[in-house]
Design a protein around this ligand. Structure first.
Ligand SMILES: [Fe+2]
Ligand SMILES: [Fe+2]
Ligand SMILES: [Fe+2]
Length: 427
């Protein structure tokens, strides 16, 4: 097993993981963040941006929609060229990143990435941030206008797309940025590269670029919390779920006797465990009744999606499987990997207990949050059936009041992981 000090992750890989997670919200309309990153960096290159600024705009393109968690918001942004509520996701994205070094440098351009060029002049931000924000706005709207043509008639449609963008020069977009776009759009290669399989490859190549810094454990924790916030705000019923599962799993690890290093890694896995739920349709997550077999089969894919995102982050190692195994049972009754009992680590078992505990305490669309007594009854039923680890549940029972407080977000332990700002109701 790797020691704690060897937990080394490249920031670029975390940024790509955030983009991949947010991309899941689009369901079949994929790769928006990657295409915006590509378009913006091509325009930046034409304008003679420095290598550093080109890398910056590429990462900003990947992250720009981190404020979008729901399908409803995603489709409004894609289906309307100028949507009146677009500013909501800009504010959420800004709030997510503004206090999290090393991503805080992206916060202001994200806040203004749907602000018209004409209006940007009256806003008190640096010329640099205003330019970057408008370059993302332009690239974003190019992608949205072109989206239905990739892989089919994009070379025929490009004249209409370009005309539409040109008509917005000076009002929506900085004319200098539009002029640079007009130079690069002449090449067919620019448009063909936007097709799904090419753009994925391009982003993969860019992901190999080792710009970024190796981030510290506390930065990994902060970035994992950003991912937790993104998934938790998908529905009011899951608000704070991942953040609280992380805190509870850390606490259970400590009373179970794991080292401080392991406790922190378990906390990170707890924050990340449900990020695959970004792909679960809003109406399934919010259904006020029992799921049908088809809905259940869709819902049950989320922990595999979590694994798919996390396994691409080199250095995260075992944290990926602890997070992805949160619905596995000791008796093999869970999903989706069915590891044998010996392959289900104590850390993964702890997250499974913390996940169930927190979910039972929380209101769901189909039932109210449960009392501590009821939660303990259910946990014991799960140990009797062989799903959960008896020793972990015993430790939880001994410290049940504290676990209950953490699961409800009322303990001192929650302080570090609660939202540092109010998101309000999103839609
Ligand atoms: Fe966007
Ligand atoms: Fe889950
Ligand atoms: Fe969960």
């Amino acid at each position: 097993m790797k020691s704690f000090k060897e937990l080394q992750i490249d920031l670029r890989q975390m940024i790509l993981a955030i983009e991949t997670a947010v991309d899941l919200v689009g369901m079949n309309d994929t790769n928006h963040g990657k295409r915006v990153a590509y378009i913006a960096s091509q325009i930046a290159h034409n304008l003679g941006f420095s290598e550093q600024d080109t890398q910056y705009i590429f990462e900003l393109g990947l992250l720009h929609d981190c404020g979008v968690s729901t399908q409803q918001m995603h489709s409004s942004l894609v289906n309307h060229f100028d949507w009146e509520d677009a500013h909501i996701h800009c504010e959420i994205g800004y709030n997510l990143l503004k206090n999290f070094d090393p991503l805080s440098k992206f916060a202001i351009p994200i806040r203004y990435h749907h602000t018209f060029f004409e209006e940007l002049k009256n806003i008190n931000i640096s010329t640099y941030d205003a330019r970057m924000a408008n370059l993302i706005f332009l690239s974003d709207r190019i992608d949205v206008t072109a989206a239905s043509h990739y892989g089919s008639d994009i070379l025929l449609a490009k004249t209409t797309i370009v005309k539409h963008i040109q008509d917005c020069s000076g009002t929506f977009f900085d004319p200098k940025l539009v002029d640079a776009f007009l130079k690069i759009e002449r090449s067919e290669a620019f448009w063909i590269a936007l097709e799904d399989r090419h753009i994925t490859r391009y982003t993969w190549d860019m992901g190999q670029f080792e710009s970024s810094s190796i981030i510290t454990i506390s930065q990994i924790k902060q970035l994992s919390l950003i991912l937790a916030y993104i998934v938790d705000q998908k529905s009011p019923f899951t608000a704070q779920h991942s953040a609280r599962v992380g805190s509870l799993a850390k606490y259970i690890s400590s009373i179970y006797g794991l080292s401080d290093e392991q406790c922190q890694k378990v906390e990170i896995a707890g924050f990340l465990h449900d990020i695959g739920k970004l792909r679960t349709p809003d109406d399934i997550l919010e259904k006020p009744g029992k799921l049908t077999d088809i809905e259940r089969s869709i819902m049950d894919q989320h922990s595999y999606e979590t694994y798919e995102i996390l396994r691409h982050i080199d250095g995260l190692g075992e944290i990926s499987s602890w997070a992805a195994f949160h619905h596995e049972g000791l008796n093999g009754a869970g999903y989706p990997f069915h590891p044998s009992e010996k392959d289900l680590s104590v850390e993964a078992r702890i997250i499974a207990v913390a996940d169930i505990f927190q979910a039972l305490v929380q209101d769901r669309p189909y039932r109210k949050g449960m009392t501590l007594e009821k939660v303990l009854d259910i946990l014991n039923e799960f140990t009797d059936s062989g799903k959960l680890d008896e020793n972990i549940v015993k430790v939880v029972e001994k410290n049940s009041e504290k676990c209950f407080e953490i699961a409800k977000g009322e303990a001192q332990e929650n302080k570090e992981s609660e939202f540092p700002f109010s998101l309000g109701r999103i839609m």
